[in-house]
Design a binder for this molecule. Structure first.
Ligand code: ZN
Length: 276
């Protein structure tokens, strides 16, 4: 599933291709994905120029010259492909933006949990998609003080609090596991027992794992684009995620093994020795 770093690198890749370009045509190849495509999408998009591309949580926001913003969510399996004029449609290509320079932006989504919609920029934050979304993890506004204040009345395990999009937006399962490992915090620890000191470490770790993943995406893929035009996907070496039964990287002598538990139906990977 595309997580925040993949969405961020996708946005950066899209920005390079889209900013300043004119949209000539929109094509929808089915009636919708998770929700129907807006019927009047062409009316809002054709002839406009792309001003900027930004990210909010895991939504790609393509800001248009007419004051509207095209919102794309990649869902479980969505990916963006940048195609040339001669691009041949593939299975699961559902939505296409044609640009005045003959390039195409294609949304391919086999499982169809993705989403495409258009909003007035002024109404974006109050829309149903964004009004309940929590703090952006990479924003300076995510501080240990803020995290402590959001956790102090929560009895749920800290891992589950990190996945709660109303607390912090866009931290998925992998990054929750990795951030807790780096902060030395047990995923089972109750949220309201997180001290200021631990919250500090956790905030730093969250920013670190996300920033590293974004950097890995940027350095391993030229200009964030794969040779086949696909944006934003990259392999990262995780420290705990997917490493059940393997030795913990931080303890070479005692041969402590990474454990996997299930929390609210999702796998959690952690080191029982160095996460408390
Ligand atoms: Zn360890």
């Amino acid at each position: 599933m595309p997580e925040l770093p993949e969405v961020e690198t996708t946005c950066r890749g899209l920005a390079k291709v889209l900013i300043g370009k004119k949209i000539t045509e929109i094509k929808t190849l089915r009636s919708g994905l998770r929700i129907p495509f807006p019927e009047d999408l062409s009316k809002y998009m054709n002839g406009t120029k792309v001003i900027s591309v930004s990210r909010r949580a895991k939504y790609i926001c393509i800001n248009l010259s007419n004051g509207y913003v095209l919102i794309i969510h990649l869902g479980m399996s969505g990916r963006i492909i940048i195609g040339k004029k001669e691009y041949v449609l593939n299975l699961h290509d559902h939505f296409i933006i044609n640009l005045s320079n003959s390039q195409k932006i294609i949304l391919n989504d086999p499982r169809r949990f993705g989403l495409v919609t258009i909003l007035n920029t002024d109404e974006m934050e109050s829309s149903k998609f964004f009004r309940n979304i929590g703090q952006e993890p990479l924003s300076d506004d995510l501080t240990p003080e803020l995290l402590c204040s959001k956790l102090k009345h929560k009895k749920i395990a800290i891992k589950l609090a990190l996945l709660d999009q109303k607390i912090i937006s866009g931290i998925g399962n992998i990054y929750a596991c990795e951030a807790l490992f780096r902060a030395g915090i047990s995923p089972k620890r109750k949220s309201n027992s997180i001290s200021y000191k631990r919250a500090s470490k956790l905030v730093n770790s969250i920013k670190l794992v996300l920033t590293e993943a974004i950097k890995a995406g940027g350095s391993s893929i030229k200009d964030f684009v794969h040779p086949d035009g696909e944006l934003g996907y990259f392999a990262t070496k995780w420290r705990v995620y997917g490493r059940e039964g393997e030795p913990c990287l931080c303890n070479h002598q005692k041969n402590v093994l990474i454990k996997r538990i299930i929390q609210s139906g999702r796998s959690t990977f952690f080191c029982p020795a160095c996460q408390r």
